[in-house]
Design a protein around this ligand. Structure first.
Ligand SMILES: [Zn+2]
Length: 715
């Protein structure tokens, strides 16, 4: 559909309220009409028809999207922020974001962080207040302070993506869907003679913060009639049928005191005549749209409202049906033709377009130069593999390690045991372990409406789920989706501060009904967060760093040509659901000693006292003395610190007894295995995007080689 490309282009151009230049420029260009104008408040407009026409019709949609604005930079470089428009705080914890920093060449990738659940007095029941959340750019304060200014804009990371059928998910569909309808309408009318009628297409600004753009632009336009196009509520769980319309059900025609009744009726009659599906959308008071502004411009403007049904409004998980957008465009075009007795020409039937290649895996940075440092880490983090579904990760790892292993075994549960030859036989049989699986979700049930219910695989804070972009299924047969939620506008008092229980959440894949969903999804299917991966000078920000960073370190060690002792490398399955891979792998490998290479929670974020931070980014690899499953070998932990010192790299204690990892199973294997854990400090561990330090990673690589040599070489 033509409208697909238009809407993707419009959504991809970011523009929060007061900052809409990019989408306005795109919209004006896409109309194909000459002489577009931009006014003092940034409104874009372009006119079709004779200047001396007897009737001037204004068609309006707003270009701003909800987002955030940086208010200050705190002492460690985290950003405080406020809402810009009515963004929903329930989608913010763990949300990857783009910061449009004044002094940076590119938008900066960040993540909305908060205190980890086990360190948070309120647990996971409450959504943190906006003022208690901060944005983490993974940069030191000195760097942040030269790049970011108060007033800089922030939006969630999103990529417009097609769901099933003609449904599309993206942030900013409110109201780029309306703008796309205007663009399509302009395209339809371009070759039509419009005697006596002039049409102005207005792409307005600042709707989400009060409608100042439409108010001033309507003054300038001085039109007799106006049709505003916005989004309205589509049916979804928790939304009453009387205030919503089904997605794909056609256009909603507004009726409200401020709206012109005759225009509304005319639009309904034309919809009927043209077989365009529609529904009346009746409001008792104001419309909450730009109609309220446009209708009272100058001496008054006869105004109608058309709305496109949309799910999960004001979140990064907004969903519309492109057919509704197209229907809205056609209804406006028919209305214009009717005003001047013209006939809307039939558009040639569109050939079914070739499936467009459009990444469904979200924002993977293409800054390849910056990724040379970490070798295989970007690919490992982008591979998908929740516990029990590690196949793709395993294949990737095998492709990296085959040349360096003397022998490779795949255990019955799917773990990899790779035997690397050293210069000598080990005096102590050593196993190095990292786990391949990541936390994620698993589809449990398909509802009658075609929504997917799910359970968590591994420990997931339910507060990080609403609004996230996800991928369902395996290999090349994946289905894109978003985790939807009831729009903030329809929440009851108190509901906005409460986190949404996992049981009430669902994945929206744009299915019309259960049958359409069941054709592509089966209960038991894997669900992962869409990938975000980026490196800057200091840090790596990515999905699945737990424990693909550990896997990358093991691969790096295997690739070393100068290796002292024969060693077993284990890439384990199912760590996150009970250490099953490492338990059975240790039985098979029969090590006498083990080094577990992990990623562990760093809570060095605003709002956590130093004694509760566990460990800190940039202070070196983390050595545990004890966690919830293991008391570590005292001598080996001592050696870890000694070897770090000898190598001149930093090393830190894990200052707390929390969490657990594969050591829990390995140290109790057979007759017992002396075990030590070397971890990377990672912020936002089981969230869609974590942050690790590059220096820590490099230091861990150095330390691990020395520690492995010392352990394997000792009796
Ligand atoms: Zn882990």
């Amino acid at each position: 559909m033509k409208v697909e490309r238009i809407l993707k282009t419009l959504c991809a151009a970011v523009g929060t309220s007061g900052d809409e230049a990019a989408p306005v420029r795109e919209a004006l260009g896409l109309t194909g009409l000459p002489d577009g104008q931009v006014d003092a408040l940034g409104n874009g407009s372009v006119t079709l028809g004779a200047a001396d026409a007897r009737l001037h019709l204004l068609l309006e949609a707003h270009m701003d999207q909800v987002g955030m604005v940086v208010t200050s930079v705190e002492e460690h470089g985290f950003l405080h922020f406020a809402n810009c428009g009515g963004a929903d705080a329930r989608v913010m914890p763990g949300c990857p974001v783009r910061v449009f920093a004044s002094e940076a060449a590119q938008p900066l990738l960040g993540v909305v962080g908060s205190v980890p659940p086990h360190l948070n007095k309120d647990g996971t029941d409450k959504v943190p207040k906006t003022e208690d959340m901060t944005i983490d750019l993974g940069l030191p304060a000195a760097k942040v302070n030269v790049q970011v200014r108060p007033g800089d804009r922030v939006v969630p990371v999103y990529t417009p993506k097609m769901l099933l059928g003609t449904r599309m998910a993206s942030a900013a569909l409110d109201d780029r869907a309306g703008a796309a309808a205007l663009v399509r309408c302009a395209q339809m009318l371009q070759k039509v003679a419009l005697p006596g009628v002039k049409v102005t297409f207005l792409f307005s600004t600042r709707e989400e913060v009060g409608g100042q753009g439409a108010r001033t632009a309507a003054y300038t336009a001085d039109a007799e009639q106006a049709i505003c196009v916005d989004v309205s509520f589509a049916a979804q769980p928790g939304v009453k049928p009387e205030v919503s319309w089904k997605l794909g059900g056609g256009v909603m025609i507004g009726a409200a005191p401020i709206l012109n009744r005759a225009m509304g009726r005319k639009l309904a009659a034309l919809a009927q005549r043209e077989s365009i599906p529609y529904k009346w959308d009746v409001m008792g008071g104001s419309t909450g749209t730009n109609c309220d502004e446009v209708a009272v411009a100058r001496g008054g403007v006869q105004t109608a409202l058309l709305s496109i049904p949309e799910r999960s409004m004001h979140t990064p998980a907004e969903v519309v049906d492109l057919q509704d957008v197209e229907d809205t465009a056609r209804l406006m075009a028919v209305y214009v033709c009717d005003l001047c007795g013209a006939k809307l020409p039939e558009e040639p039937e569109e050939k079914p377009a070739m499936q467009e290649i459009f990444s469904s895996t979200g924002a993977v940075s293409t800054d390849t130069d910056a990724q040379i440092w970490s070798g295989c880490l970007p690919k490992l983090c982008t591979a998908r593999g929740i516990s029990g579904a590690e196949d793709a990760v395993r294949e990737l790892i095998l492709s990296y390690i085959r040349p360096y292993a003397e022998k490779i075994e795949i255990t019955p549960l799917g773990s990899v045991l790779a035997y690397k030859k050293g210069r000598s036989r080990a005096r102590t049989r050593l196993l190095l372990n990292a786990h391949m699986d990541e936390v994620g979700l698993i589809v449990t049930h398909i509802t009658d409406e075609g929504l997917l219910k799910f359970a968590a695989v591994g420990g997931i804070d339910p507060r990080i789920l609403p609004g996230r972009s996800v991928t369902v299924g395996y290999g090349s047969e994946t289905v894109p989706g978003v985790i939807g939620l009831k729009p903030i506008h329809l929440t009851e008092k108190g509901e906005r501060q409460k986190s949404i229980p996992m049981d009430d959440l669902y994945i929206d894949i744009g299915a019309k009904d259960k049958a359409e969903a069941a054709a592509v999804v089966t209960p038991g299917d894997m669900v992962t967060f869409d990938s975000v991966y980026e490196e800057n000078g200091c840090s790596v920000k990515s999905r699945a760093l737990d424990d693909r960073a550990g896997c990358a370190l093991l691969i790096h060690l295997m690739q070393q040509e100068d290796w002292a002792y024969d060693t077993v490398f284990e890439f384990a399955v199912q760590e996150e659901v009970g250490l099953n891979g490492s338990r059975t792998g240790a039985f098979l490998a029969e090590p006498q000693a083990a080094i577990v290479v992990e990623s562990t929670t760093a809570a060095d974020v605003p709002g956590t006292e130093k004694e509760r931070q566990m460990c800190r980014l940039g202070e070196g690899p983390v050595i545990s003395f004890m966690d919830r499953r293991t008391i570590y070998d005292k001598e080996y932990t001592q050696w870890a610190f000694e070897e770090a010192q000898k190598a001149g790299v930093p090393c830190q204690w894990k200052e707390g007894v929390a969490g657990g990892n594969d050591a829990g199973a390995i140290h109790g294997s057979r007759g017992g295995v002396r075990t030590v854990a070397v971890s990377l400090a990672c912020r936002y561990l089981h969230a869609p995007m974590g942050v690790i330090s590059k220096e820590d990673y490099d230091a861990a690589a150095v330390l691990l080689q020395r520690l492995a040599e010392r352990i394997a070489g000792s009796e």
